[in-house]
Design a protein around this ligand. Structure first.
Ligand SMILES: [Zn+2]
Length: 352
């Protein structure tokens, strides 16, 4: 008789066999002489366990690896084929992501024969384009018949500034009247242009032109983002002992029909008697030069910058009104700034 232990193991093994096989095995055992059964069972068990312990056949592993490689190669091939079909589109999209120009815009003209192969792609450098702190107008040509203004000191005040200063300051010397230190001015009704930018552009052109005529010119500001009150602007003029103080404006009027050139002059001070007619002359000469209408001049104590500079010849020139469509367009023409400069040089020459 086989040992109990062996019979239990044998039962465990054959229980896992398919029914058909199990029945065959039982029949085989049944037909076998009893004496041989023990040996058969222990042999069967040994064989079963030794087979189980065998490592998985190497052949299968090798096959799997090969199959995997073929699959990978196939997938890569399919993607490469798709890439070739859409090459340009994919390349350009990729260049776009890297911030480079599209492949077809890369200049290969230095190698028309293509001997050197495609030009190496240039990555954009981080060098920023320097931005000038102040707008640099194109060189201002000097008219052949320009006046000689040598010996004159002229202070130009580009009206307003980018950020208003709403603090108050004394508007009329010796009085309790107060006004805000500085405002940002008007905005073009159609152009949206800012008065503080326009006045600086006009002043830069004017400075260059008057310097070309030999005058010494001082600007109260050369940038838009400054904070200089109207009293401080007047002080720059008076302390420079300027012969003329010219304030440039492009205001807005309550009525959008109002347009033309207007000049404000101080109602007080050393030149109060002649200021009115001088201002009128300035308005007329500028209006004629730029093709606008003269609105004449007004003696006024409304403007802090004029009131504090009434010891010198001071003029607040309104080139036009940004609240009027026609003036807005006219003021925003580069030519108008130049014509204004030429007209002012003639005016200064006439009053010198
Ligand atoms: Zn203004």
């Amino acid at each position: 008789m086989p040992q109990k232990e062996d019979i239990a193991k044998f039962k465990q093994i054959i229980d896992k066999l398919p029914e058909k096989e199990r029945k065959l095995l039982y029949k085989h055992l049944h037909d076998m002489p009893e004496a041989k059964r023990e040996a058969f069972i222990s042999d069967y068990i040994k064989k079963y366990y030794s087979e189980k312990k065998k490592p998985a056949p190497q052949k299968n592993v090798a096959q799997s690896i090969l199959l995997g490689l073929f699959a990978a190669l196939f997938i890569v091939g399919v993607f490469y084929f798709i890439y070739l079909l859409n090459k340009d589109r994919i390349d350009n999209r990729f260049n776009e992501m890297l911030g480079m120009p599209p492949a077809e815009s890369i200049d290969t003209s230095s190698d028309p024969e293509g001997i050197m192969g495609p030009e190496p792609r240039k990555f954009p450098t981080d060098t920023p384009t320097p931005v000038p702190a102040t707008p640099t107008p194109s060189p201002v040509p000097l008219a052949d018949d320009h006046p000689d203004l040598s010996g004159l000191v002229i202070v130009i005040d580009p009206g307003h500034q980018q950020v208003p200063d709403t603090e108050l300051e004394e508007s009329i010397p010796g009085s309790t009247a107060e006004k805000e230190k500085a405002s940002s001015g008007a905005t073009g009704i159609n152009s949206g242009a800012k008065e503080y930018e326009i006045t600086l552009q006009y002043s830069l052109v004017l400075k260059e032109y008057l310097e070309g005529c030999g005058a010494e010119v001082i600007l109260t500001r050369t940038e838009n983002d400054v904070n200089i009150s109207n009293i401080e602007r007047a002080a720059i003029a008076t302390e420079s002992d300027a012969d003329f103080f010219i304030r440039i404006h492009a205001d807005s009027a309550p009525d959008s029909d109002i347009r033309g050139v207007k000049v404000y002059v101080p109602s007080t001070g050393k030149y109060s008697k002649s200021a009115g007619s001088d201002g009128e002359d300035l308005a007329d000469i500028v209006a004629e030069a730029i093709g606008s209408d003269s609105l004449g001049s007004v003696q006024s104590n409304m403007y802090t910058g004029l009131n504090h500079a009434d010891s010198i010849r001071s003029y607040q020139l309104v080139i036009g009104y940004l609240s009027n469509s026609e003036d807005d367009a006219l003021i925003n023409q580069e030519e108008t700034a130049y014509k204004t400069a030429v007209a002012i040089s003639e005016f200064l020459d006439s009053k010198n």
